[in-house]
Design a protein around this ligand. Structure first.
Ligand SMILES: [Cu+2]
Length: 287
């Protein structure tokens, strides 16, 4: 009995000591990895740094809205830079010309000062003769660097359209991209989209205060609709268009859309009627 107590006391003492020492020393804490559970899209090695690009759900760059997280590692000491200042410029090199696409600024994400967050809307995939690259210009440790990296942009594997590039009746070229729902359900889903005006081949600006009407249909089932949808209107806080998308069953849905300007003029798209089964402006999804 005595020996058991003796070992028990030593055991407790050891536990007590080890927990004391780890409590008192911050540097021995295992640092939480902010990118745990995210997919590494690409790791760009340049200037003695590693630029790591992550996605929350995607495994690659696809046409449409791509949310991207970036952090920069100093290869000399394997530490990530806090508050990196990064700008990016994606360019598609086509047979006859080059063009860019809508992008956001890269801002430091809430909670993790080593992670910058933003989005790119790719209007089209690359192919054998035409490709995308991204030029990053970034400032870390008081010095500016830059790197250009070729990336693979593919059409989504399910082939569904989540971005539309079109000329409006006002002779302006627009890009409309669906942001949400990422995981649509048989329910009334939040739908969110972003609208850009193509000012030039390399400059796209956010368009505010328009309206995107929504008429989801199931072409495989007599083109039936669903109740309780709400058109997308501009939300100033998120700088995007928000509405409600009602999906009453699983299968293929075509989200027929019309784009209206701030005075209610139709810039693109048509009503779905007996004679016309789809709008020329639409998103698609399958669930
Ligand atoms: Cu292109």
């Amino acid at each position: 009995m005595k020996t058991i107590n003796f070992f028990l006391i030593i055991f407790i003492a050891v536990i007590g000591l080890s927990s004391c020492s780890s409590d008192g020393d911050d540097s021995s804490k295992i640092e939480e990895n902010p990118m745990d559970g995210y997919n590494l899209l690409t790791n760009i090695e340049a200037n003695g740094h590693s630029l790591e690009l992550y996605s929350e759900g995607r495994t690659g760059f696809t046409t449409g809205y791509n949310e991207i997280f970036i952090r920069i590692k100093n290869n000399a000491d394997n530490n990530y830079y806090a508050h990196p200042e990064i700008t990016w410029m994606p360019v598609m090199h086509m047979m006859g010309m080059n063009h860019s696409c809508p992008i956001s600024e890269l801002s430091i994400s809430d909670g993790y000062n080593t992670v910058a967050k933003g989005y790119i809307v790719f209007q089209m995939p690359g192919n054998a003769d035409e490709f995308w690259d991204i030029t990053f210009t970034y400032k870390v440790g008081g010095q500016e660097f830059s790197v250009t990296e070729t990336i693979d942009v593919t059409a989504p594997s399910n082939g569904k359209q989540t971005v539309a590039t079109f000329m409006g009746s006002d002779d302006v070229r627009y890009v409309l991209a669906m942001v949400e729902p990422t995981y649509p359900e048989v329910a009334v889903n939040d739908i969110r989209a972003q609208l850009f005006k193509m000012e030039s081949m390399v400059n796209f600006t956010l368009v505010e205060d328009y309206t995107v009407t929504l008429d989801p249909r199931m072409p495989g089932m007599g083109n039936h609709s669903s109740p309780n949808n709400e058109d997308l209107t501009f939300d100033a806080a998120s700088k995007s268009y928000k509405g409600k998308l009602s999906l009453t069953m699983t299968g293929y849905w075509k989200l027929n859309l019309k784009l209206l300007n701030s005075t209610g003029e139709v810039l693109k798209g048509e009503d779905v009627t007996e004679e016309n089964d789809a709008s020329s402006l639409y998103f698609e999804l399958e669930l």
